[in-house]
Design a protein around this ligand. Structure first.
Ligand SMILES: [Fe+2]
Ligand SMILES: [Fe+2]
Length: 479
């Protein structure tokens, strides 16, 4: 059962060959997927060999192999983490009952919605990033971009498998819709706001993979203990791949900061806010990096939905979607009578309000996310410290620049001070990148295709992918 069948058109460890109806449905979807990949996936580079990792198993060790592959020939497989014998539902009203292998009728609509929303984000990010290959700062980075892209494609496969296997005709229709909606499209946009924002440059890409892939990871974590076993096993395996996406983001920004610090040191620039001094040497000043953090982080917080949410309470109660690492939390996992502090606007002030914990599931997941982001900031700030620079990057307040949830209707500074709308209009460029900041970043986006070479605004990585040396040819551009 958990052997991966690689001889099949669609590599899988779900014994696809024994389910002719499902196999036909997926094989019929495959050409449509490829058509989507070619028309809305990476622009160009489709015929070049890229050094990519492909999932070939689900053991924690040796689950992936590396090799050159042309992207359209990537083996997008359906891989589920191994089934755990005797697993029981870990939370909600069915706690302690055996996990479901089939879709419980009463929760069918709720589950379908969860799968569709997750599924929609996967191709969306590929669409958002489609032009970036043309401005890659190195072959190493280009390869990382394409790695992230093909794996988001595989995550789409994972969700489409669930839809087609478990949701009959409406599942098949949803699978079609996942290829019909397009990031940023006026008429048929992707479902969630952050997935309709453009990713026009590489700093945006690194911020996206740091913050938005991390938010996606939190969602996967909360599904990884679902009482619906196929969803739990699917998302568990997706998490294995997601780690690399966040690595690409975190180290990407780290390398940008590294390069900026090098330039400052080299040229005796001591004022971290003097952006022109740094820009003279084609690096990105720290103040602009801070503004990019402010933007991507705040837009991503919106993905967690309303802090206080009946939907989230219902899917928790139903045992479908838990909290972050639910089994490790020390409480009764049913939350009857429990409270949780939620930051809210009360009488014009932001304060923690004790709220029924069951209603605050989203708030709690968001808090766990913020904690994780704080750790990233610590790592980034270490770079400046190593250069003896008296400057640190920080996350803006959760009330800053929000369009969803408790703070959607207020205006706040990066420090979380509530201000009038007029003041926000006057001052938001203090915290968010201006047109000219974005233009400057765009002006740096020149493709660097020399083997082992890097664009001037980013430092080389500390180590190669899969232990490869510095002069490794990650993408063979000569076809
Ligand atoms: Fe993904
Ligand atoms: Fe990802």
């Amino acid at each position: 059962m958990s052997e991966v069948d690689y001889a099949a058109l669609i590599p899988n460890n779900v014994d696809l060959a024994s389910d002719a109806r499902l196999q036909r449905a997926l094989e019929a979807w495959y050409p449509k997927y490829l058509e989507w990949w070619r028309s809305k996936g990476p622009v160009g580079f489709q015929d070049f060999e890229v050094y990519l990792r492909t999932a070939v198993g689900v053991d924690s060790e040796g689950w992936a192999k590396f090799g050159y592959v042309k992207m359209p020939e990537y083996r997008w497989g359906i891989l589920l983490a191994p089934q755990e014998e005797g697993r029981t539902i870990a939370f909600g009203q069915h706690k302690g009952e055996p996990v479901w292998q089939d879709v419980p009728g009463e929760y069918r609509a709720m589950l379908r919605r969860l799968v569709v929303i997750q599924g929609d984000t996967e191709p969306a990010s590929v669409e958002q990033q489609r032009f970036l290959g043309q401005t890659a700062p190195s072959l190493y980075d280009m390869r990382n971009l394409f790695q992230v892209n093909v794996e988001e494609g595989r995550h789409l496969w994972a969700m489409v498998y669930l839809l087609q296997k478990y949701f009959g005709r409406d599942g098949r229709e949803e699978a079609e819709q996942l290829l019909q909606r397009t990031s940023g499209d006026q008429d048929k946009p992707r479902i969630l706001g952050a997935f309709n924002e453009a990713t026009p440059d590489w700093l945006s890409f690194f911020m996206f993979t740091t913050f938005t892939d991390r938010a996606g990871t939190m969602q996967l974590e909360s599904l990884a203990n679902s009482g619906w076993d196929p969803l739990a096993r699917t998302t568990r395996f997706m998490l294995t791949e997601e780690g690399h996406h966040m690595f690409v983001g975190r180290t990407g920004v780290e390398r940008v900061i590294q390069r900026t610090c090098e330039v400052m040191k080299e040229h005796g620039i001591t004022d971290p806010t003097d952006k022109e001094a740094v820009r003279k040497y084609h690096a990105i000043d720290l103040a602009t990096i801070q503004k990019k953090i402010n933007f991507h982080y705040s837009v991503t917080l919106d993905l967690f939905g309303s802090e206080i949410s009946t939907n989230a309470a219902n899917s928790f109660n139903a045992g479908l979607k838990g909290r972050f690492r639910e089994p490790l939390i020390k409480d009764d996992h049913q939350l009857e009578g429990d409270t949780y502090p939620v930051a809210r606007v009360v009488d014009g002030k932001i304060q923690d309000v004790d709220t029924a914990a069951i209603s605050a599931i989203n708030a709690r997941l968001c808090d766990d996310y913020i904690d994780d982001c704080e750790k990233v900031m610590l790592r980034w700030n270490r770079v400046m410290k190593a250069f003896d620079l008296d400057y640190s990057l920080k996350l803006p307040h959760r009330a800053f620049n929000r369009a969803v949830g408790e703070f959607a209707d207020v205006f706040a500074t990066d420090a979380g001070e509530l201000i009038a709308e007029s003041e926000w209009q006057d001052r938001n460029s203090e915290w968010l990148p201006s047109e000219s900041d974005l233009e400057y970043i765009l002006s740096l986006m020149q493709q660097e295709t020399g083997i082992g070479k890097y664009a001037p605004w980013i430092a080389p990585p500390r180590a190669g992918i899969n232990g490869q040396p510095g002069d490794f040819e990650y993408v063979k551009l000569a076809a």
